[in-house]
Design a protein around this ligand. Sequence first.
Ligand code: SF4
Length: 372
Amino acid sequence: MVKLAMSWSREIHKLPLGTRYIGLLPKGCTLCHEGLKLVLFITGLCNRRCWYCPISDLRRGKDVIYANEVRINDIRDIIPHINLMEAKGTGITGGEPLLVFDRVIKVIELLKAEFGEEHHIHLYTNGELLSLNHACALKECGLDELRIHITSELSWKGIKNAINAGLNVGIEIPVIPNNGLNYYTNIIRRAESMGVRFINLNELELSESNYMALRIRGLTPRDDIPYAVKGSEELALSILEWASRNVHNINLHYCPARVKDAIQLKFRLKRVSCKVAKTHEVVDDDGLIVKGILESNINLQTLKGVLSRTIGERNVFVRNGKTIEFNVNYLDKVIDLLNSFPTILRNTRVYIIRVHPITHMIFEKIPVTVKR
Ligand code: SF4
């Protein structure tokens, strides 16, 4: 677990993988860093069309719901996903969640009733549609953090309504190199004067859907991280440097693109994998499930018995007559054994596979060469 600052100061604190912050880290971010937040994509509908929007074409403009990466149809289906990863909170995102406002309220009420008040919920919105009534309803049902992505002057009106309703309000914006330092320092000064509690600066990300729009504006990928935009991190660090001399009581946080991938996602997957892994499956450092697999064009029933006696029944799983999974830690023993069954060996391929614990998608299938 990372050690965090306990009191406010203008010092720039550093966390692994390039995260920087001034003041205190928002609670939603702390939980996210530990992989303890479920990501709830509540709708792909949006009232804006930001050129840098990273949402995939599969979701954009469609009224679909995803709990982590899994499509669901009923909001009650969120609960098993939270249990699976033992999440301590939920981040609701979109699209623009306020376009399905009743659904958002129902979700917050459902999760607070099911997991208690302490289940931390934050909501992302561009705030343009946020009336005082909306904000009061969100406050009443127990929303813990509202994060507003500024898209126009209307977003500032939304911020005002949210603050007046007593919500814990932050701003969350991508750092676009072309905007320059002044654009961000003006936002920080204005936010601080209004009583915004925190500002999250996200490294600008490249995705399949925004790639062309970014390239047209002269933005290119970083040499070391192909899904992050060159210059975004440098600008974010200059903003923090400026803030360390100029802010008085607002919290600032720079979140690098690789944190999402390397920390949040990995920890989340690990928690799920450790829960669902069968006795013959191993969880790797990326949180994926790893196992050995024998695929044959003949029946492997004879081999199954011998294999179970050699490496233990709990390390063997028969998927069907022609496919057997085994604990990858016993790979050498399995290969030795195969060598004593020449007919099976001739007709069988050995692989190591890495599988996503929720979607069961195979990320990697590595053929193992068996000396015959
Ligand atoms: S407001 Fe958010 S979801 Fe909507 S288009 Fe802009 S970046 Fe995408």
